[in-house]
Design a protein around this ligand. Sequence first.
Ligand code: NI
Ligand code: MN
Length: 225
Amino acid sequence: MKTTFYGHATVGLEIGGKSLLFDPYITPNPLAKHIDINSLKPDYILISHGHGDHVADLEAIQKNSGAKVICIAEIAGWLGNKGISNAHGMNIGGGFNFDFGHVKMVYALHSSSMPDGSYGGTPAGFVITAKDKKIYYAGDTALTYDMKLLADEDIDWAILPIGDNYTMGVDDAIKATDFINCKNIIGIHYDTFPAIKIDKEAVREKFIKAGINIQLPEIGESIDI
Ligand code: NI
Ligand code: MN
């Protein structure tokens, strides 16, 4: 299985023979200037919540690729109003079998509204289960006791925000690895804005000292997981 980091919270995942893209925010991100969104042709786009730094390139990439959008019901409705009907609305706690595997929408402790101010429903995370791998994409979230519900899920890799200020920071992300019982972590949601700049090497060391296999890929870098 391959994952590619496109900056901020934007992650590509090759899983179950399909290509998934989470929270596309590329063209407004100066750190991701070298990524051409026209080269992205995902089969599915998963949206954790409605904030601009998670949906900026959603419409462009969806129109380019025809991807099915997996998101909370309110965002599916918002897309429908824009003429994008290829969306699969879900809600917290619900799961569905897609052709690449099973997606369960799980709780994220954050806020959500669309860039135009419309209601974005509840923010969410996703647990993706395909053949032999289980991935948790946390979305924007604080550390929350609800993460303990994932402890017996046998998650192989968790994609967690670590940038602090808008989401949990490193110390809480380390606690989250205990809550979800997974020590293979890809860190996201850092460096994009002044408030979430991190010292990457210090952060890496902190995770390693806590016994965590931390991956902080460069923007555009793919890793096999
Ligand atoms: Ni957000
Ligand atoms: Mn965000």
